[in-house]
Design a protein around this ligand. Structure first.
Ligand code: SAM
Length: 347
């Protein structure tokens, strides 16, 4: 059967041709998904056992100079209530997170030029000094190579920068002309050369996305060989040009996460907040499809509702850092342990 042959090739050779990937996605069924998830979860188990790594997400600013058509914190959204965290706020998040067992802090935000390289370097080195055993991940968008180097030298270890879509024409339909896929990829290359553990990734079901675009994403990820992949469903936000577009589905997202796991066996792969937003038990389903990371929210409660990238983003519940016990229970129920480890990429 063609589906089983393709899944076998993904499992044994970590690759498949464009035609086969397209065919597999186009012809997916409950049975095919089941076979794929079993293989993907087995590969994740072979590399990570039943461990689930946690990352404490600190959403440090929702100011953004960019105007991505899909994003709720785009600069043209006048309805967004903007906020910025101070160094002190961020240190408090880390302190609370450290106490809860987090050993990776992810500083994420819009591209907010208020935070100069000097300021960011100061924040990063303060965290590095106080928590020498923790990993610091940045997700602050596109910067110059010099800036990335500066922040790396200050003590940052990892950088998440989704490529969003690997097809230039599709990229142009999701972003204004001032943003380009070429510059995104250049950023990703610089980050890798500097020595960061790098995460790329895309949205599933974003407007105008074709199956061919999706296969290009899978092939791009394979060739870029990132240490992390962030892949979650697109969800519309009511104050963006894509307010009336359809959301991506959990079903297709899970299918693609499983393929990502098979093509990139050791990659750190989060079950995203967006997946947990469109499906109640999205994170568990993600783990059962090969994910091995979850990223609970450590941001102060007062700002959580303001970091609204898309409608109904969960912000008080099992995704929150305080709900660690509940997350542990959910993961244990499906046979996994949430662990207190940095969870670095292992070659
Ligand atoms: N500014 C940084 C950047 O662009 O990488 C980090 C913050 S950005 C808001 C983080 C990610 O949120 C983006 O890479 C994008 O994939 C995701 N995102 C934004 N709007 C979304 C939406 N409507 N649905 C799903 N994901 C979305």
């Amino acid at each position: 059967m063609r589906a089983i042959d393709i899944i076998d090739s993904l499992y044994k050779k970590q690759e498949a041709s464009r035609e086969d990937l397209l065919w597999l996605i186009e012809n997916r069924s409950t049975d095919i998904s089941q076979a794929l998830f079993e293989r993907a979860a087995a590969v994740a188990r072979a590399h990570f056992g039943n461990k689930i790594y946690v990352r404490g997400l600190i959403e440090m600013t929702n100011y953004c100079r960019n105007d991505c058509y899909y994003c709720g914190i785009r600069r043209s959204n006048a309805a967004a209530q903007r906020y910025r965290l101070t160094e002190e706020d961020i240190m408090q998040c880390c302190e609370a997170g450290y106490g809860l067992g987090f050993r990776t802090f992810v500083l994420q935000g819009g591209e907010d030029m208020y935070y100069t390289d000097d300021m960011m370097a100061e924040i990063i080195s303060a965290i590095r000094t106080k928590y020498p055993d923790c990993a610091i991940t940045l997700s602050l968008g596109e910067k110059t190579r010099e800036s990335y180097q500066r922040l790396y030298d200050a003590g940052a270890n990892r950088y998440l920068l989704r490529h969003e879509t690997a097809t230039p024409e599709h990229y142009a339909k999701l972003h204004p002309a001032e943003l380009s896929l070429a510059s995104r990829i250049e950023c990703l290359r610089s980050l890798k050369e500097i020595g960061y553990q790098v995460g790329c990734g895309s949205m599933v079901g974003s407007p105008y996305q074709t199956l061919d675009n999706i296969v290009s994403d899978l092939l791009f990820i394979k060739s870029f060989a990132p240490q992390m992949v962030g892949m979650g469903p697109f969800i519309p936000h009511h104050d963006t040009p894509f307010a009336h577009e359809k959301a991506g589905t959990a079903e297709l997202t899970l299918f693609l996460l499983a393929i990502v796991r098979l093509m990139n066996p050791k990659v750190l792969l989060p079950a995203t907040t967006a997946l947990g937003t469109i499906e109640d038990n999205g994170r568990e389903l993600g783990v059962l499809a090969g994910c091995n990371v979850v990223m609970p929210n450590l941001s102060p409660l007062s700002v959580r509702k303001k970091y609204m990238l898309y409608d109904n983003k969960i912000s008080t519940g099992d995704e929150a850092a305080e709900a660690r016990a509940s997350l542990e229970k959910r993961m244990r129920a499906i046979g996994y342990e949430v662990v207190t480890e940095r969870g670095d990429y292992q070659d």
